[in-house]
Design a protein around this ligand. Structure first.
Ligand code: LM2
Ligand code: CA
Length: 469
């Protein structure tokens, strides 16, 4: 849909009219080219897919398609629950979010709810998603998946083709917590991965806690995180610190406006190994509905990292380093957990790497077991020369694995499990490590086969919600 250029809210993109891929971000050809270029660079693209509903307002799309309520090129009144009388609420909207029929069959915030149980609607949706797969897309973040329901999600998924990598597409379902029984995130894990929305709340509670009263949170609580703290299992979760919705919900979630706390939380999540982590890069906004940077016609302008209009957190040195670290340590088990029971935690991943986080307001010196062999390791968070040789500082580990490290306020120190190259004479692991650190500058797919087994997870599943290259 299209509105007045000067005040077009970001959320317009959640109101589909057709599947022709023309929007304020560009057209179908540009999308195709973007996906191709990304794949060439080793970057997979995951699409935020709208399959539960169509729009709830407007009359002409960006592609110039005219439409009316419950009447679109691909759908007529018979394709909507409201029109067939299948939504059991007085005004056609979801009034009771704990009522299964309302949640599945009524209009979510006025958005016209599709009859996703029918062969026709499933066919249109599968054609749309398969078109994207054909362009090289690797999977989907399924918008409002809770309102589609497990049966229809499964039926649609079964119609999807394999991706260009020869596997079924990644399928991450948006299911807000709080619903009972079949409406709970856990109950959707039968159908795909689920978004870690409750996990993001726990992360906020640990890193920020009751800010109003001047408290700082307690990272010590994160000793237990995941299944053990009541969340969906790591294996079935797409985890994140924030997303485009929660970034605007400061009370319950961290967002980019939290600055160093937000960056630190992302670094911690990448280190923790919980879920398939996603890093959200935003644009600066003042009020909830603000448009992304756009021209006078409402077309979103190119994302760039110099003006400050786009936050570009995905280019933050610490975050980039942690993505590499995350891929490097793979599924290695957490060990040597340390906490001061307040706002400092540290742990190793077997003997692959070690990380420390300080969410406090002053630096802290800790002497801890790192689990690493003796050597001098690069602190990849602060290394100003990513790759090799490591530009200081370093973490010096003695023959019993102990190290004394000062972790700055709202900062992390992360030692990657290969020895920094200028000290490569120190341990026997050195020669391997030199080649590894070189390969880490490339994409994960370029790493030596021997290391590949460690990268069991295919990481940093970025949704390019805001990035219109
Ligand atoms: C989502 N997941 O299930 C998205 O993550 C979320 O961003 C979407 O809401 C929502 N579901 C629907 O896809 C956003 C935004 C809403 C906005 C909707 C539709 O948070 O505020 O609703 O997109 O664009 C807006 C108005 C609302 C109005 C509605 C329909 O805020 O008042 O409802 O449009 O015209 C009458
Ligand atoms: Ca629905």
């Amino acid at each position: 849909m299209a509105a007045t250029p000067s005040c077009i809210p970001w959320w317009e993109i959640y109101q589909p009219v057709t599947y022709d891929l023309t929007s304020r971000m560009g057209n179908e050809d540009q999308f195709k080219r973007m996906v191709r270029k990304c794949r060439e660079a080793g970057v997979k693209v995951y699409v935020d897919a709208l399959i539960n509903h169509m729009t709830g307002q407007g009359n002409t799309s960006y592609g110039g398609v005219d439409y009316k309520p419950y009447n679109y090129p691909d759908y007529g009144p018979n394709d909507f629950h409201f029109k067939t009388g299948e939504c059991p609420s007085s005004d056609g909207g979801i009034q009771d979010f704990n009522n299964k029929l309302q949640v599945f069959k009524c209009n979510l915030v006025g958005l016209e709810d599709l009859r996703t149980e029918t062969d026709k609607v499933q066919g249109q949706l599968a054609a749309y998603l398969n078109k994207l797969i054909g362009y090289g897309v690797s999977g989907f973040r399924v918008d409002a998946a809770k309102h589609v329901g497990q049966d229809d999600l499964d039926a649609i998924y079964s119609r999807l083709h394999k991706t260009k990598d020869g596997v079924k597409p990644y399928w991450a379902l948006e299911v807000f917590g709080g619903g009972p029984g079949i409406l709970s995130p856990e109950a959707f894990t039968r159908s795909g991965d689920v978004l870690g929305l409750d996990a993001a709340k726990q992360i906020q509670a640990a890193f920020k806690s009751y800010q109003g009263s001047g408290n700082t949170g307690s990272l010590a609580t994160l000793e237990v995180f995941g299944k053990g703290s009541g969340l969906t299992s790591s294996r079935k979760t797409m985890s994140f610190v924030t997303n485009h919705d929660t970034d605007r919900n400061a009370g319950e979630y961290l967002g980019h406006k939290d600055g160093s706390t937000f960056i630190l939380a992302n670094e911690w999540l990448l280190a923790s190994g919980y879920g398939s982590p996603q890093v959200f890069s935003s644009f600066e906004w003042e009020t909830r509905d603000d448009s992304p940077p756009a021209n006078k016609n409402g077309r979103i302008t190119d994302a760039e990292c110099t003006s400050g209009a786009w936050t570009c957190d995905h280019r933050n040195r610490g975050i980039v380093a942690m993505v590499k670290w995350h891929n490097y340590v793979g599924n290695a088990k957490r060990a040597n957990f340390y906490t001061d029971d307040a706002n400092v935690v540290a742990f190793s991943k077997d003997s692959e790497g070690w990380a420390a986080f300080n969410n406090g307001t002053s630096a802290k010196e800790i002497r801890v077991q790192t689990g690493l062999p003796r050597g001098t390791y690069c602190d990849v968070i602060h290394d100003t020369n990513p790759g090799s040789p490591c530009a200081r500082p370093t973490v010096v580990v003695n023959s019993t694995g102990l190290a004394t490290v000062t972790v700055g306020a709202k900062d992390a120190v992360v030692a990657v499990g290969y020895v920094s190259s200028q000290h490569s004479h120190i341990t026997t692991a050195a020669s391997e490590s030199a080649s590894l650190s070189a390969s880490l500058r490339c994409e994960a797919r370029n790493v030596p086969a021997r290391q590949h087994a460690k990268r069991r997870r295919d990481l940093l599943r970025r949704l390019w919600c805001w990035t219109n290259f």
